[in-house]
Structures are given as C-alpha cells and as structure tokens.
Design a binder for this molecule. Structure first.
Ligand code: AHG
Length: 341
C-alpha cells in the first residue's frame, strides 16, 4: 500500500538542470549555474511585476516613490536584475540586452567566463499598465574566442549555435521554460515555497488550434502573407479554420501555442520603416524561441527559411517571424515563394 505520508516526487528546477548535465559528461556545471541564476532572476522579476500597479500608487508623482526613490520602469528593473545576478559569477564573458544599444563585457573586476547571454528582459512591457502577461526571453551561446576581451562580432552567431534558450512567463502563474538541446521543459513557480517545480516535462507542440497575429496590420502585408492568413482561416484550404488568439506579448502568445498548438507570426509590413524587415529582434526574441520551437517538434521561419540559420550582422537586427507547428510554418514559405518572390 502506498505510504500516504510519502509525497509524490517533486522535481525542482535545480535538480532537473543538474540531471540534464549528465547528458554532457564533459560539463563543468557552468551552464547549469547560469540557468539557475536566470531562474532566480525570474523569481525577483515576478515579485516586482506582481506589484506593478502599486508602484504608481506608492509613488506620489508617479516618478518618486514614498521612500523618495525614483520609480524604475519595469523593463529597466528586469534588465538590471538579470545583469546584476549574472555579471560577477565568472560564468559569462558578455551580455547583450534588448534594452541597451551596446553589449556589456564583463567588468574587469570580475572573472571572465566562456558563455554569452542574450536577453529581452521584459517582453511585452507595454502591456504592464493593463495587467496583462509579460515575459523574459534568453539565449546562451558559447563565446567564439578562447580568451581576451569580447568582441561584438562574437554575438553574431546563428541560432543553431545556441547552447540553451528559454523564457520566463509572468502570467496567472510564473513559468520557466527552457531547453538545453534535450527537449523542452516547463516549471511553475510555487509561491508558497518560492521554487520552480517541474510541471510540464518534454513539451511537444500538439495539433494546431490557434493562429496569433495582429490582424490590424493586414492591409500592409504582402500578398503571400494575406493569402496565408486566409488559408489559416479555412478559406479554400485543407484545414478547418483556426481560432484567433493574440495577446501582444510574444512570450505569452508563443507559450499558449506551444502548449495548445498553433502558429504565431509577425510579418514584415509596409506601415513602418522599421517594420519592413519585421518588428521582432533576431538575437533576443526570434532565435531563442526558434530553438525552443524546434526542440518541441515545431519550426520557425522568417518566411523564406529557418530563423536558426540566420547569422545576425548587428545586435538589434529585426526579422519577420513565423513560429509554431512545423506544417503551418512551412506553408507560409510556400505562399511567400509563390506570390511574393
Ligand atoms: P514591447 O515589448 O515593446 O511591448 O513589444 C512587444 C512585442 C512582442 O512581444 C509582441 O509580439 C509584439 O511586440 C506586439 O506588437 P504589436 O503591438 O505591433 O502587435
């Protein structure tokens, strides 16, 4: 008879990441510790996002809080939290954040490591004021040079070189989802014990249910993307029309589609000069999520080929993004090839 006092197995994120390390007998534990540092950063950011509305109440003018300190914007807070929890550990050689124009080499006073961290500290931050979900996205690369100061060019690696990637979703609960190349695993923060616990092992994208796109921009899309959208809606297609869901926070839209099946896209459009090549950033958003998508059996494309094969030539390079179920993402490549090229 089962012992009623014996709890069911609880797998903490620390234990899971350590177990994954056994796939790499040569591992020193450095990557394991970077992931654990990021999980800690996620807890700190989650506790702050949960108080987002209160910052305004506590700040008399909106800029100065009751202690006389400046109320920091949440995306700046998230950026500093991640930087301060990772810059001194001797595990990283440099960090590049969507928040900052230049990358940050590890300060001289700290030891230098062999990994590079790229991250979007608070994706969807414009949603914060409306109590909607936001997220953090990260990717970890090995540095290119053996030693010496980090060059910006070391960050210009295709997503195929990613060693690990993940995101933290700050929603109704806080989730940490990551891959180190052996499947995608999700952990939910249990606030009562302050720990991420394995809740979604070996995530695989199921049959598509949703499509997610800002339909408000449809007029500005290429013919291929417009026809693709009609295809997803079930016009003259071999699929039943999908249901539309769009939050406007990439992490949340991606996370839902990863668990429920579906495709998210943010195509190039002609309304905004910056968006002609798409709005989303290759290094901080598209490539890490593309790695996760492929590990979950999905696929990510810029409409013409795999996101993971694109080598960036600048830190903040933008890209169109189509990501989700493999068959649906490959379908947009057919439409674009046939109608736009
Ligand atoms: P931001 O972090 O500036 O709020 O941008 C969010 C990004 C991404 O998370 C989301 O998918 C997309 O922008 C939404 O853009 P639109 O508002 O143009 O649909």
């Amino acid at each position: 008879m089962a012992d009623q006092a014996d709890p069911s197995p609880i797998i903490t994120i620390e234990r899971h990441i350590l177990d994954e390390q056994t796939f790499h007998p040569e591992a020193t534990g450095t990557l394991t510790n970077i992931l654990y540092d990021l999980a800690l950063a996620g807890k700190v950011i989650a506790s702050k996002t949960a108080r987002a509305g209160l910052a305004e109440i506590l700040g008399l003018t909106g800029d100065i809080n009751i202690q006389g300190e400046k109320v920091m914007k949440l995306d700046r807070f998230a950026d500093l939290t991640i930087t301060r929890l990772t810059d001194h550990t001797g595990r990283l050689a440099g960090l590049a954040s969507e928040e900052n124009a230049a990358f940050m080499p590890i300060p001289d006073k700290y030891p230098m490591g062999k990994y590079l961290l790229v991250f979007d500290p608070l994706d969807g931050s414009s949603n914060v004021d409306f109590n909607m979900p936001v997220g953090t996205i990260f990717g970890i690369y090995r540095r290119v040079k053996e030693s010496g100061p980090v060059d910006e060019s070391e960050f210009f690696q295709p997503g195929r070189n990613l060693v690990a990637a993940g995101y933290i979703a700050y929603g109704t609960s806080t989730m940490f989802v990551y891959t180190a190349g052996h499947g995608v695993h999700g952990f939910t923060l249990d606030p009562s014990v302050g720990e991420f616990l394995l809740s979604h092992p070996n995530i695989a994208i199921p049959k598509a249910k949703y499509f997610s796109v800002n339909l408000g921009y449809q007029l500005y899309w290429s013919l291929g993307v417009q026809r693709y959208t009609e295809y997803l809606q079930g016009h003259e297609s071999d699929i039943k029309g999908l249901s539309l869901r769009y939050i406007g926070t990439l992490v949340s839209d991606f996370h839902r589609n990863l668990l429920a099946g579906g495709v998210f896209y943010y195509p190039a459009d002609s309304k905004d000069p910056k968006a002609r090549t798409g709005k989303l950033r290759l290094l901080y958003e598209a490539a890490p999520l593309a790695f996760i998508a492929e590990q979950a059996g999905g696929y990510a494309s810029d409409g013409r080929g795999p996101i993971l094969d694109i080598t960036p030539d600048s830190l903040h390079q933008r890209t169109p993004l189509f990501i989700g179920n493999r068959d649906l993402v490959m379908k947009v490549e057919d439409f674009i090839r046939g109608l736009d090229d």
